[in-house]
Design a protein around this ligand. Structure first.
Ligand SMILES: [Zn+2]
Length: 302
């Protein structure tokens, strides 16, 4: 399993620039301070509480900032959070954290931290992070898929992260992988998210991810392969990266099932050399991805 190095990251900005990085999910909240070379200097996290999520996050942020080296405080804040995001207002509406529907995340974080804040979807943040100092450095055409609380992708074509009309390109979790299949949080049937997201799998098995039966692990790989085959035919990438809590928990059996299914589903000759690479377990991955969001600013946030 390839694990990207966090060394040697491109440092186009000031060497001493530091980023406050925040990774939000339905199961955990993480924050850290990341250096200009992608090194995670401080990190902390808590389980996402059922109530009072915002006060919990504010305490976490203050703890991280207090632990950061005082001589060079962060100058920008990047956030990876489940979508959809409304970039005009800086709000987000994660389906799995109902208390945050329409929450003005960007404005509230700017008020708490005093920093410019950029928010981004998990897959898009992953793509930015991997392009900055991970497995996609110097790769012009890449799809980065985050398989965690939600399934989400960042799509880079010709070296540019695709945005779309509302900046929500890459919600691969809502590609249909099973006609008349399981109902999705979006209301449609057969979406990838209903088979491969951590929450869907845990509610299906009534077990933690680490104790998922092999048949469900293999089904997850099959469904991921179907979505990757469809997306690859459309986008023509040279590399597909798969990261997140689900591949980290499932490991090799997931990717073996994925590769078997891909052989059947992806028959276009020009896609024969496509690399699908797991990057589960990369140290600091989600926080580096969030820092990359701050670094990539100006994003289409306003
Ligand atoms: Zn859906």
């Amino acid at each position: 399993m390839a694990v990207p190095s966090l060394r040697g990251c491109a440092t186009l900005r000031a060497v001493h620039e530091r980023y406050l990085a925040i990774d939000l999910g339905a199961s955990r909240l993480a924050a850290g301070v990341v250096g200009a070379d992608g090194t995670v200097l401080v990190r902390d996290r808590v389980a996402t509480p059922a109530r009072h999520v915002w006060p919990t996050l504010v305490r976490l942020i203050r703890r991280v900032l207090a632990a950061a080296p005082p001589d060079e405080p962060p100058t920008a804040c990047g956030v990876s959070c489940p979508g959809p995001i409304d970039r005009a207002t800086g709000t987000f509406t994660p389906a799995q954290v109902s208390a945050w529907a329409g929450f003005p995340l960007r404005a509230e974080l700017e008020s708490v931290t005093g920093l410019p804040v950029s928010i981004e979807l998990p897959g898009r943040a992953l793509a930015l992070g991997e392009r900055w100092c991970g497995a996609a450095e110097h790769v012009r055409d890449v799809v980065a898929i985050s398989v965690g609380d939600v399934v989400d992708a960042g799509i880079v074509v010709g070296g540019r992260l695709l945005d779309g009309r509302a900046g929500n390109v890459g919600q691969i979790g809502h590609l249909m992988v099973e006609p008349d299949g399981r109902v999705c949080t979006c209301g449609a049937y057969g979406c990838l998210d209903a088979y491969a997201s951590a929450s869907a799998i845990e509610s299906d098995t009534n077990r933690p991810l680490a104790r998922t039966p092999v048949a469900i692990v293999e089904r997850t790989g099959i469904m991921l392969a179907r979505s990757i085959a469809s997306l690859a035919a459309m986008v023509d990438p040279s590399l597909v990266l798969v990261a997140g809590s689900v591949p980290a928990a499932f490991g090799a059996p997931l990717f073996e099932a994925l590769e078997r299914e891909l052989e059947q589903r992806m028959r276009l000759p020009h896609l024969a050399g496509l690399s699908v690479v797991p990057i589960a377990g990369a140290a600091g991955g989600p926080l580096v991805a969030a820092a990359a969001v701050a670094r990539a600013d100006p994003a289409p946030d306003g």
